[in-house]
Design a protein around this ligand. Structure first.
Ligand SMILES: Cc1cc2nc3c(=O)[nH]c(=O)nc-3n(C[C@H](O)[C@H](O)[C@H](O)COP(=O)(O)OP(=O)(O)OC[C@H]3O[C@@H](n4cnc5c(N)ncnc54)[C@H](O)[C@@H]3O)c2cc1C
Ligand code: SF4
Length: 459
């Protein structure tokens, strides 16, 4: 009798846990499905290296879905891992690392090929001699890759300057001109200081590049890296603010000078092998040029008073960070419409979209259907035939068919097009071509894992 009671109790306890587990699983599946729906609003997909899941090997253990620091990039669909929010993936590769059956490989934008990548030698040199490309523009994302490439490329330039006896001073000509002050440009500039090169660094926006634009307090994942003018930087994860503060400290100590608020507009190599560089403010001459432009390109500005307020932005990185806000989106293309719908889906947001035309004429059919639904339900208020004429701290003034309208506002996103870096590269004579970066992406992922293991065994 006693044993019967014990069996019954054990059975009830087991049932309790199994029910709890199944309930949890159901909840998770609903969350993944909701995330996948949200992900569909951002049609961009993965930007650089990202996981490729071989479903024939995937055993549905869910290790990969929990490890990603960027949140719901991966989810379980029909019991197998799948990419549900590809646009959020930045290529950390932790999912590939934890997969117990090796079902995940890191690959480039489409499963195996980088779209239009600049042709680069292993020294990061383009088809134009002494013109180099480092960082994300070269195809591989991640801060660690940007830092390594920026540093190594300057070593190549320094080596050439000594071996080619080219180091005699030419008045008005610098040794190297670095374009961009994201992680790749900062690393290149600091290495130039370390190598005592005569350098100029030009940044169109703010020092820190994409990292400076990460959402507040974003957790940044890095791997151990040799940082110029500092040595081994061993932190694996830290807030965006702490990483920027660290860079700032090293830059100050090295007396790093950057010309910010200046955009490089043209670069030409003369018959004497020297480069002439034209910026929005000046002209320079240099023996070598390092392009560390990132992949984002240069957004077109409207030239409206107040556009330089920090609340005015040109790229939406994470919609979920904005809730209970009054938001204005400017533009009528797919990016504008997708951002408006993404932000309207966050709790408590009031989203207005201002477009200068009288209808959406050039967006994808799927987006048109969705935005019309949002307009009907009042989720997004669209004001056609309108344009912003002034941005203020807590308001925006719109010109609607010649009349002034003031609306209260916390944030503005402008999607008015811009120049992608590839157009700039073509203009200055850099050859592009489809480059298969699968092996490089996978190699980077394996190296990162090895670096972490090495660090773990030391500490
Ligand atoms: C949301 C998000 C999260 C991420 N999280 C991580 C993470 O946790 N860990 C990680 O390792 N990586 C992460 N990444 C990727 C990482 O931010 C990038 O790979 C890295 O910033 C690339 O560095 P970069 O120097 O090549 O380019 P960028 O950081 O993009 O810098 C390029 C700079 O060049 C300037 N520039 C461009 N054109 C011109 C011009 N014509 N004249 C003058 N200046 C110009 C730009 O203004 C910019 O400042 C993330 C990316 C995103 C979008
Ligand atoms: S590669 Fe990184 S960012 Fe992308 S899904 Fe895997 S863990 Fe997440």
């Amino acid at each position: 009798m006693d044993s019967l009671v014990s069996y019954a109790i054990a059975g009830a306890v087991l049932l309790f846990f199994v029910r709890g587990y199944l309930k949890g699983l159901k909840k998770k599946e609903a969350r993944w499905q909701a995330a996948a729906e949200k992900g569909k609003l951002f049609s961009g997909g993965p930007r650089a290296q990202h996981p490729h899941i071989d479903v024939t090997y995937c055993i549905g253990c869910q290790s990969c879905t929990t490890v990603c620091p960027e949140g719901d990039v991966l989810g379980m669909v029909g019991g197998k891992a799948a990419i549900i929010n590809g646009y959020k993936c930045v290529g950390h590769s932790l999912c590939a690392e934890v997969c117990p059956v090796g079902a995940i490989t890191m690959v480039m934008a489409t499963p195996s090929m980088g779209a239009e990548m600049p042709f680069l030698t292993p020294e990061y040199e383009t088809n134009v001699r002494n013109l180099f490309i480092v960082g994300e523009l070269g195809g591989l994302a991640l801060i660690k890759n940007a830092v390594n490439q920026g540093r190594d490329c300057i070593d190549t330039i320094a080596g050439r300057l000594t071996s080619e006896h080219a180091r005699r001073e030419i008045p008005g000509v610098c040794d190297v001109l670095i374009v961009g002050a994201g992680p790749a440009g900062i690393s290149a500039s600091l290495r130039a200081i370390e190598n005592k090169l005569n350098y100029v660094t030009i940044e169109q926006d703010q020092v820190g590049g994409t990292v400076a634009k990460f959402p507040r307090q974003k957790l940044v994942m890095t791997t151990p890296v040799e940082f110029p003018m500092y040595g081994k930087f061993k932190k694996m994860e830290l807030s965006k603010e702490s990483l920027l503060a660290f860079w700032q400290k090293v830059m100050q100590r090295a007396d790093f000078q950057v010309r910010s608020g200046e955009k490089v507009e043209d670069i030409q190599r003369g018959p004497d092998g020297l480069f002439s560089i034209v910026t929005s403010k000046a002209q320079y001459r240099s023996r070598a040029v390092v392009l560390a432009l990132g992949k984002t390109g240069t957004p077109r500005k409207l030239g409206v008073p107040g556009e330089d307020l920090p609340k005015v932005m040109y790229r939406l990185i994470e919609a979920d960070h904005y809730v209970y806000k009054k938001i204005l989106i400017v533009g009528g293309g797919d990016s504008a419409v997708e951002a408006a719908m993404g932000l309207a889906n966050q709790v408590g947001n009031l989203v207005t979209l201002s477009y200068r035309q009288d209808s959406f004429a050039r967006i994808k059919a799927r987006n048109l259907e969705r935005i019309e639904k949002c307009m009907r339900s009042g989720k997004v208020k669209v004001i056609f035939n309108s344009k912003p004429i002034e941005f203020r701290q807590d308001a925006v003034i719109l010109d609607v068919k010649g009349e002034r309208h003031e609306i209260t506002n916390d944030f503005v996103w402008i999607f008015a097009g811009g120049s992608p870096p590839n157009d700039f590269l073509k203009k200055i004579g850099v050859q592009l071509g489809t480059r298969d970066l699968t092996l490089e992406a996978h190699h980077e992922a394996q190296e990162a894992t090895a670096g972490k293991k090495e660090l773990a065994s030391i500490s």
